[in-house]
Design a protein around this ligand. Sequence first.
Ligand code: OAD
Length: 241
Amino acid sequence: MTADRKPKIVALTGAGVSAESGIMTFRDSGGLWENHAVSDVATPEGFARNPKLVWNFYRERYRKAIEASPNPGHYALSRIEEMFGERFWLITQNVDGLHQRAGSHNVLEMHGSLHTCFCTDCLRHYPTKEILDQNPIPYCSACGAMLRPDIVWFGEIPYHLDKIEVLLQNCDIFLVIGTSGAVYPAAGFVMTTKYMGARTLGFNLEKPLNSNFFDEFVQGKTGDTLPQYVKRLEQAYCNTD
Ligand code: OAD
């Protein structure tokens, strides 16, 4: 099959795809939101109240992310990019950077990244690794204001929404992977793509809240189910016989 006849595929990933790398999800039992109040560590108001607490939380998450390694689910997605090139894009709610470490390039990090932070005043960006030693709160070397994690908190607008909208409107296949369907706007993407006529597939341990919009649901760990799905794609679109 020639490249231009391959379908356009978009995948949305959530915390479930990194669970097998040892990164905690948010809403599963023992997940991050069981031990931390969202209002304390994931809102601009929480940061204004107690920046030290917020920095401790994200510094710890950054350390866990760099200690973790991508798992077969991440590698399966980078393999899809290898096969489909620019016809495959990955939208992730994850901030751990594991997709890129598995070799994916066409990645939109809609909730930001643990690997960068920025100045609350002049908006200058810094790699987190450069400011890690500044305890308890890092400050901007240019203007002296406080830095904050480059994470989209509740009440803030996710990144890349314009580009995401175009991808959703134009894809043929939409994959929803390891996400509970609890947080909008990401949870609504499957509705848009289904209404636009894409085939929608969900990959999750259990049926997420928005599973009514899936044409097909593949239950299981993404470390198992995604490599199997890649084989299906290889057979359907990359058979060189
Ligand atoms: P959640 O913790 O809400 O959901 C993770 C989903 O992954 C659950 O439905 C699990 O059943 C599933 N899961 C767990 N392990 C899995 C595995 N090995 N294979 C497949 N599925 C598995 O995480 P998200 O949906 O990503 O936002 O959460 C969305 C947003 O809420 C996050 O980006 C974060 C959070 O508040 C911000 O911080 C802005």
